[in-house]
Design a protein around this ligand. Structure first.
Ligand SMILES: C[S@@+](CC[C@H](N)C(=O)[O-])C[C@H]1O[C@@H](n2cnc3c(N)ncnc32)[C@H](O)[C@@H]1O
Length: 211
């Protein structure tokens, strides 16, 4: 491993250009004490949505709308983002951010509630992408529903797969790190999934459902 890797990763994180509405949503998220996806994570989400021609994306963890804005920038003009969060206050900010970016109300379905209550009611096999931007233990609990919701060829995205750079360190045995490590291995080893772990943001895991 080259000694310049850290420099390269910093460069990668700062590489994307973030528009005004997304920058404002990021500032608001930081003010409210949540962690929006990094610009490089957002740019990767946008590219994945565009490559898939995504028309139907479900996201867990609306926050103030940073990841949602990046996702919608990659989706087709008729694409719909369904985004779930337990915190109504964050979602009010996200709604403002989506309006400021010029997205009509028809493009977003904002659902307030715990994902474990909402996801079982969502349609099976009908989403091009399911994005879990919650902590790794929650992501592990939500995995069966997330996979059920994906269409064949759709992608599951997990945004904290390398959890604060702890996952790669075998000496880290706390519950959240272990959950993130196990989640990654479960997806890597699962039949019918093509999984890639990217060192972007807090670790971007992409698992494509083959059938
Ligand atoms: C990392 S923040 C999301 C940031 C957002 N994706 C962005 O880029 O602006 C995680 C969000 O998930 C929400 N959350 C955490 N666990 C949840 C759960 N089990 N069900 C629904 N929302 C949850 C939190 O309220 C928080 O807003």
């Amino acid at each position: 491993m080259s000694a310049d890797k850290t420099l390269t990763w910093s460069y990668t994180e700062e590489f994307p250009f973030e528009d005004e509405a997304t920058s404002q949503a990021r500032l608001r998220g930081i003010e409210l004490g949540i962690s929006p996806v990094s610009p490089a994570t957002g740019a990767a989400l946008r590219a994945l949505a565009a490559a898939a021609g995504a028309k139907s994306v479900a996201e867990i963890g609306t926050g103030t709308g940073v990841s949602g804005l990046w996702l919608m920038a990659g989706m087709g003009a008729d694409g719909v983002l369904t985004t779930i969060d337990v915190e109504a206050e964050f979602q009010r900010e996200a709604r403002r951010a989506f309006d400021a970016a010029g997205y009509s109300g028809h493009r977003t379905r904002i659902i307030q509630g715990r994902a474990s209550d909402v996801m079982p009611r969502m349609a099976a096999g009908s989403y091009d992408m399911v994005v879990l931007d919650v902590d790794p233990q929650d992501a592990a609990d939500l995995l069966p529903d997330a996979l059920r919701m994906l269409r064949a060829g759709g992608s599951l995205i997990i945004t904290h797969a390398l959890w604060r750079d702890h996952v790669a360190d075998p000496a880290r045995r706390d519950a959240v790190t272990v959950a993130a490590r196990e989640l990654g291995k479960t997806l890597r080893d699962a039949d019918g999934l093509l999984t890639s772990l990217l060192p972007v943001g807090d670790g971007l895991l992409v698992a494509v459902r083959r059938s």
